[in-house]
Design a binder for this molecule. Structure first.
Ligand code: GDP
Length: 537
């Protein structure tokens, strides 16, 4: 279909891809569980008027829109394992908010979502500051050079001091915080914010339960003094201090990942949410051409291309549904177009293309760079695969993240050896778990490695129910994997407590119980190659 386009159509498609890409903002929220990500997501959607009223969905128990229910396990626990994208228009922009499924027990999928975004919002609980999962997700953003907007949430509740929070951000992330707004009133006494762009006061007004868009009253500095007295004066002094220390926004430093603009908000009251949307539209980058595996960039106006950043199976037990989520990199996606699957060079028909967010699914007819599309029945597609029309492109493989949990997996029924192998191979190719081989343990008992233990549960569940090969897992006492090489093997082998395994891509990994065990080996033999993997230690 695409190849048959006359030249004029191709020009038109190129122009619309470039124009549509320019108005897209594709981002994810990175935060620790309970910082308010779901609340913020709903508030963002409310501002863009996708949903009429937030509130019914606040709090875990009553949540509807953002929770998907594809697995019994997920239902039983009331958590969301899946991730997809919410799309809405705001001003002239199209916002794609990719869901990073959040739970104390993160999985590799959570990290992979960050390979498909152009910016991230780091959501921080004002009382708790930077928590562990936030730091892990931050490390991935940093590695990818993704610009980060910081939102200090829950300012309506008692929390840390605003200047101390700025210190904490610069010390722990080494980003320089450049607040765009500054709170008037300490945490727990949220009166509003001083807008540093014009010195005006945006007064915080509450609505019942934060159910509707909180009207933000704009007041002049003079009116602010009259109204808030000392609280306003203190904000003005602190803002002067910020200016004196050079904490002013500069677009190029933000885009280079050197600084992070900061906003203060109360997501539950919908305060600061409009400012966040404006910040994303005004400051966050639009999609740009993505370098291919060789490093050359395919321009936005080139024919359609995309890569798979997530694959999801078994959502619908009746249909053995397999959904591949693609992020569009270039060109125009039209539902029904036949594209090429880069890895197999086979044609792939995009007849069933959907936007998926939580339980909501709707057909997508047209999509542009920056958009996420869920392809149904995508049994051949694996994580990291490229799809393209007309001119081949091979996007680089997705990063594999540093696993922190390890277990030997064995078939519980020896007769089911074939199903076992097939299932393990499938889970490996989908990126559900990393499968590591070890000479010591042989082919029948590979080591599964994961970022979050919940991935073990998903793997066990799917091995039994989808591949009809029940498995037993024996957890191994490691928590740290380092990259090593052939030359280091003899020295490693002579030390106790370390095991070397091989990943599917050939990489050799040395597994340690903890960082002390690693340090001991490094001290004993300085010549051994031991390099950290991406993310999250
Ligand atoms: P998630 O785990 O990050 O998705 O967090 P939730 O959105 O589920 O929020 C966790 C809890 O914090 C819920 O009880 C929310 O109502 C509450 N919460 C979220 N944002 C705010 C806020 O700005 N102020 C206050 N006081 N509570 C909030």
């Amino acid at each position: 279909m695409t190849a048959a386009h006359p030249a004029g159509d191709a020009d038109r498609a190129a122009r619309s891809a470039v124009a549509e890409a320019a108005r897209r903002r594709t981002f994810a929220v990175i935060s620790h569980p309970d910082a308010g990500k779901s609340t913020l997501t709903e508030a963002l959607a409310l501002h863009a008027r996708v949903i009429g009223q937030a509130g019914a969905v606040h709090g875990k128990a009553g949540r509807r829109g953002t929770v998907s229910d594809w697995m019994d396990m997920e239902k039983a626990r009331g958590i969301s394992i899946t991730s997809a994208a919410l799309q809405f228009e705001y001003r002239d922009a199209v916002i794609n908010l990719l869901d990073t499924p959040g739970h104390a027990d993160f999985s590799e999928d959570t990290y992979r979502v960050l390979t498909a975004v152009d910016a991230a919002v780091m959501l921080v609980d004002a009382a708790k500051g930077l928590e562990t999962q936030t730091m892990k997700l931050f490390a991935v953003c940093k590695h990818r050079g993704i610009p980060i907007v910081t939102v200090i949430n829950k300012w309506d509740r008692p929390g840390k001091n605003a200047l101390e929070l700025m210190d904490e951000i610069s010390e722990r992330t080494s980003l320089t915080p450049t607040p765009l707004t500054w709170p008037v009133g300490i945490a727990g006494d949220f009166r509003g914010v001083l807008d540093r762009s014009d010195g005006s006061y945006r007064r915080f007004t509450r609505t019942a339960g934060g159910a509707t868009i909180a009207p933000e009253e704009a007041l002049s500095p003079e009116a602010a003094v009259a109204r808030e007295g000392d609280a306003w004066q203190q904000a003005v002094e602190e803002v002067d201090l910020l200016a004196a220390t050079g904490a002013d926004h500069e677009q190029s430093l933000f885009l280079d990942g050197v600084t992070t603009p900061v906003l203060f908000a109360s997501a539950v009251s919908n305060f600061g949410v409009g400012a966040l949307l404006d910040t994303l539209v005004d400051l966050a980058p639009a999609p740009t051409g993505r370098p291919d595996a060789e490093g050359s960039v395919r321009d936005l106006g080139e024919p359609f291309s995309a890569f798979v950043f997530k694959v999801q199976s078994g959502m619908d037990a009746a249909h053995r549904d397999r959904l591949a989520y693609i992020r569009i990199c270039t060109g125009v996606f039209e539902r029904g177009m036949v594209v090429t699957h880069g890895r197999t060079k086979r044609p792939f028909t995009t007849k069933y293309a959907q936007h998926v967010f939580g339980r909501e699914r709707e057909s997508v007819d047209l999509a542009y760079p920056g958009d996420v599309v869920g392809l149904v029945n995508a049994s051949a597609l694996g994580v990291g695969d490229s799809l393209y029309a007309d001119r081949p492109v091979d996007y680089p493989p997705l990063t594999t993240f540093a696993p922190e949990h390890f277990a030997v997996v064995r078939s519980r029924e020896t007769a089911k050896h074939k199903q076992f192998r097939k299932g393990i191979e499938q889970l490996d190719s989908e990126g559900v778990v990393q499968v590591l081989r070890s000479d010591r343990r042989g082919d029948g008992a590979p080591v599964l490695a994961v970022v979050g233990p919940m991935q073990f549960e998903v793997a066990t569940h799917r091995m039994e129910h989808e591949f009809n090969a029940p498995v037993a897992l024996d957890r191994l006492p490691y928590s740290l994997a380092m990259r090593t090489d052939e030359a280091s093997l003899p020295l490693i082998a002579s030390s106790g407590g370390v095991e070397v395994v091989q990943r599917a891509d050939g990489e050799l990994l040395a597994l340690f119980s903890d960082k002390w065990a690693l340090r001991m080996l490094q001290q004993r033999h300085s010549g051994i190659t031991l390099e950290p993997l991406v993310a999250a230690q």
